[in-house]
Design a protein around this ligand. Structure first.
Ligand code: PGA
Length: 252
């Protein structure tokens, strides 16, 4: 049985004080005895170190929202995997559609980041998903397959074990319009089949595939009860402790 993993992608929200308040509220609400679901929070870079100090003795884990693939050097404004590890991160979101569309990240760049993260010992949450136009043209499977193959180029059998995949249809992100559990399940099942073909069936069976895109307390239980949906990557609804906690509790 795969464990459910619920991650909160804070995006560019919460300064340091707001981060402290949100984490305190999450800590108060979370059931530490619930071992059926892992919880990850991904605050902005400026709150990571403080966040780690606050969650160190809890079951909550820390992730970042982005990184660059080089270890160090003249890359003004960038952050390396090693830097993220040094402030307590265990995970890093890579390939998010906002990075792809707003910041022009290509599959090739994302692949370099994935390999660099793994080499340093960080676990990528690798996001893939089609746009509305691509879905309407009937290309959803093709797009997801292409992103998978390019993003995981030269990622070994050993290394894929440290990757979480997040299926996030672009048309569902921040729009309030989530994929139906059946629509999401169809793609999740397809992703697992592709991973089985690229690697092997046991690897595919163990792979965590999260769904992301307008996950909220009202739809999270239904989504996560589908056989191939192993958790959620939550944006908007993770910014309020009570809705994030309800989503976590619905994963049980
Ligand atoms: P949303 O964002 O839950 O606000 O749709 C999800 C994400 O972008 O990871």
């Amino acid at each position: 049985m795969r464990k459910k993993i619920v991650a909160g992608n804070w995006k560019m929200n919460n300064d340091l004080n707001e981060s402290i308040n949100l984490i305190s509220a999450i800590k108060k609400g979370i059931n530490e005895n619930n071992t059926n679901v892992d919880v990850i929070i991904c605050p902005p870079f400026t709150s990571l170190e403080t966040a780690y100090a606050l969650i160190k003795n809890t079951t909550i884990k820390l992730g970042a929202q982005n990184m660059y693939y080089e270890k160090n050097g003249a890359y003004t404004g960038e952050i390396s995997a090693g830097m993220l590890l040094s402030v307590g991160c265990e995970f890093v979101i890579l390939g998010h559609s906002e990075r792809r569309t707003i910041f022009g990240e290509t599959d090739e760049l994302i692949n370099k980041k994935i390999k660099s993260a793994i080499q340093a010992g960080l676990k990528p949450i690798f996001c893939i998903g089609e746009t509305l136009e691509q879905r309407e043209r009937g290309e959803a499977f093709e797009v997801v397959d292409d992103q998978l193959k390019k993003g995981l180029y030269q990622v070994s059998n050993e290394d894929i074990k440290n990757i979480i995949i997040a299926y996030e249809p672009v048309w569902a992100i921040g729009t309030g319009k989530n994929a139906t559990p059946e629509q999401a399940q169809e793609i999740h099942n397809y992703i697992r089949k592709q991973i089985s073909a690229m690697y092997d069936s046991l690897t595919a069976e163990k792979l965590i595939i999260q769904y992301g895109g307008s996950v909220k307390p009202e739809n999270s239980k239904q989504l996560m009860s589908m056989p191939d949906i192993d958790g959620a990557l939550v944006g908007g609804a993770c910014l309020k402790a009570d809705s994030f906690i309800s989503i976590i509790n619905s994963a049980v």
